[in-house]
Write a protein that binds this ligand. Structure first.
Ligand code: FES
Length: 142
């Protein structure tokens, strides 16, 4: 079984909203890990994670101003040029990269933690959150 990495508590992402996290993937030069930006969005009790790289220009979708999700929380919106992405698949159905897709990441909610799996992360070093916000990376399986 893949390891689970706890990224945040479920209540730390508001309903119909999304939040970006910068993690570190294992490997990279000198084995120091590679910065890796992800986006986790929430609709009710469902959570969705994608690599935070817009297929239009490769920018982080939360890099500009404006809302990250529509009012009903049905789709993600890239802040740069307004591409709209289906929450279930990451498929872009409107905007400059229509027909392309965000890369999905498997999410598991475990005991109140929003976890990702199917990847290998380095230690939590490199997270760009304030110290008080740094999530504890919990490995619950192998
Ligand atoms: S970079 Fe996302 S729509 Fe252009």
């Amino acid at each position: 079984m893949d390891e689970l990495y706890a990224i945040c508590r479920t209540f730390e992402i508001d309903d119909n909203d999304a939040r970006g996290f910068t993690l570190k993937k294992a490997g990279g030069e000198n084995g120091e890990g590679t910065p890796w930006s992800i986006m986790i969005s929430r609709k009710g009790s469902n959570y969705y994670a994608f690599e935070n790289a817009c297929p239009h220009q490769g920018k982080t979708i939360d890099g500009g101003g404006g809302e990250l999700m529509d009012d009903e929380g049905n789709f993600l919106v890239c802040r740069h040029h307004g591409a709209q992405f289906d929450l279930d698949t990451g498929h872009c159905f409107s905007g400059p990269c229509q027909g392309k897709a965000l890369t999905p990441i498997k999410v598991v909610v475990d005991d109140g933690d929003v976890c990702i799996t199917g990847v290998e992360l380095a230690e939590e070093d490199g997270l760009d959150l304030a110290d008080s916000d740094v999530p504890e990376v919990v490995i619950t399986g192998d």
